[in-house]
Design a protein around this ligand. Structure first.
Ligand SMILES: O=P(O)(O)OC[C@@]1(O)O[C@H](CO)[C@@H](O)[C@@H]1O
Ligand SMILES: [Mn+2]
Length: 443
């Protein structure tokens, strides 16, 4: 029998003083309070749209959310979902799985369970509170924050769109070296765009104010794992191999709406315009998630906003991107798996259709911290454990994580590298100041 190496323990609120502990204790209740406040503030709007029924629904949703906050703060056992949404059964099966993990010694509770599980569960319960209360069941409690982030990043968006449209003018004349340089720049812009998430700041603003291109050089030392060269080789070789067949597909597993999404669009456009790829498939969330994550509505809204912007290069970008969707060279998809609590090593079993779809891709780009946590199982890994090992057999296609560090898990570092930063900057794993472009070839 082959030796089975045990996996490290999961990050969890049971480790007092850890980032997970503080997130569950402080940040999640804060997010719930904001959600309740948002519903309160929209009371008149619900009344105008739906009459008394709207106001009744708002009251019921708020009462469910207050109950949820209380359960969390008093470390109550996690309860089965009682709604009719299509993924409810999978969530309840997973609760049973968590119960078995704790050997029946105690019911899985908010602070005692894996952090990834309870944090995802909170967002799913927020969705339940709304979904169970028509006519406000389609209300996105996080929409305002996402919209605000987009508008507050306006100048950075203009700078990026302008830079990109200039680049497109002579993209055909660029040699390989120049194309590589541009790819590296736009990968870094997309990486640092991940600083702009709203769950990290518990919904407080986190927009990009200055031009994202100016500071790239200075930020290089903060990229702890930098596999951009590997990405380049993969794309160039894929292009050569597929010269006639024309089917290099890149998938972007999206993270946050707002500025980060614009950086992902620019990267995706570059991949097509440079002919490094023929198709880009974007994967978003089917329910509002982790405050700022991109839903189909956010995706389309952002492109529409750009299109109708009062700035030539912004609107040019928006028009081109809408065109890409129409031509089918850009595709938006969502799948319930992305909003389940499972890490990606269980995708092949839990969502074989999604796994099979990702296998058709030449390269998967996973944006952001939560995706990194799900790639590596959200565990207390040694820093030097190879990325490939932490992926725990998740290898539908070559993949790369573009992530700023906002939770205390990191793999694939050189011996001593983590310890060295730790000595001078104890907050390095959770400050969002460091990032990785971490690649796995799926062999
Ligand atoms: O995935 P993202 O948007 O980069 O980050 C999500 C995040 O803010 O949410 C969690 C904190 O609650 C952390 O895992 C992470 O920092
Ligand atoms: Mn996010």
């Amino acid at each position: 029998m082959a030796a089975v190496t045990a996996l490290p323990v999961s990050l969890s609120g049971r480790f007092k003083g850890s980032f997970a502990y503080f997130t569950i204790k402080d940040r999640l209740p804060q997010i719930l309070t904001k959600v309740i406040d948002t519903l309160h503030r929209h009371k008149n709007e619900f009344f105008e749209e739906h009459g008394e029924k709207g106001v009744e629904a708002e009251k019921r949703a708020i009462s469910l959310l207050s109950k949820l906050r209380n359960e969390l703060q008093t470390d109550k056992p996690v309860t089965p979902l009682e709604d009719e949404l299509p993924d409810a059964a999978l969530w309840n099966q997973h609760l049973d799985y968590q119960r078995n993990l704790s050997n029946g010694s105690r019911e899985p509770s908010w602070f005692q369970s894996p952090w990834l599980y309870v944090e995802c569960y909170m967002y799913r319960r927020i969705q339940a509170a709304l979904a169970q209360n028509p006519p406000i069941d389609n209300f996105d409690v996080f929409k305002e924050g996402k919209v605000q982030n987009f508008f507050e990043s306006q100048e950075a968006v203009i700078a990026l769109c302008t830079y990109f449209q200039e680049l497109l003018k002579n993209i055909k004349d660029l040699d390989e070296k120049q194309l590589q340089e541009e790819l590296f720049k736009l990968l870094q812009v997309s990486l640092w765009g991940n600083k702009c998430d709203l769950s990290f700041s518990a919904g407080e603003g986190s927009s990009q104010k200055s031009s994202p291109l100016l500071s790239l050089e200075n930020l290089i030392p903060y990229i702890l794992v930098n596999d951009m060269e590997e990405l380049w080789s993969l794309l160039v070789n894929a292009k050569k191999r597929n010269a006639e067949k024309s089917n290099v597909r890149v998938d972007i597993i999206l993270d946050n709406a707002g500025f980060e999404l614009v950086t992902d669009f620019v990267l995706a456009d570059f991949l097509l315009s440079s002919k490094l790829a023929d198709e880009v498939h974007f994967h978003g969330k089917s329910i509002p998630w982790y405050v700022s994550d991109t839903t189909k509505h956010d995706f389309n809204w952002t492109i529409k906003q750009l299109q109708s912007a009062n700035h030539m290069w912004m609107s040019r970008c928006g028009i081109n991107w809408e065109g890409n969707l129409k031509k089918g060279v850009w595709v938006y998809r969502d799948h319930m798996f992305w909003t389940l609590p499972h890490d990606f090593s269980s995708m092949a079993e839990v969502a074989p259709d999604l796994y099979a779809d990702l296998q058709k891709s030449s390269l998967l780009l996973f944006k952001g911290d939560l995706n990194y946590r799900k790639l590596t199982g959200d565990k207390k890994w040694e820093y030097t454990v190879p990325f490939h090992q932490a992926l725990n057999k998740f290898r539908p296609a070559p993949l790369c994580s573009l992530r700023t560090l906002k939770s205390d898990t990191q793999v694939g570092l050189k011996p001593g590298q983590g310890e060295q930063i730790q000595a001078s900057e104890p907050e390095w794993m959770t400050s969002g100041k460091y990032g990785v472009v971490q690649f796995d070839a799926a062999l």
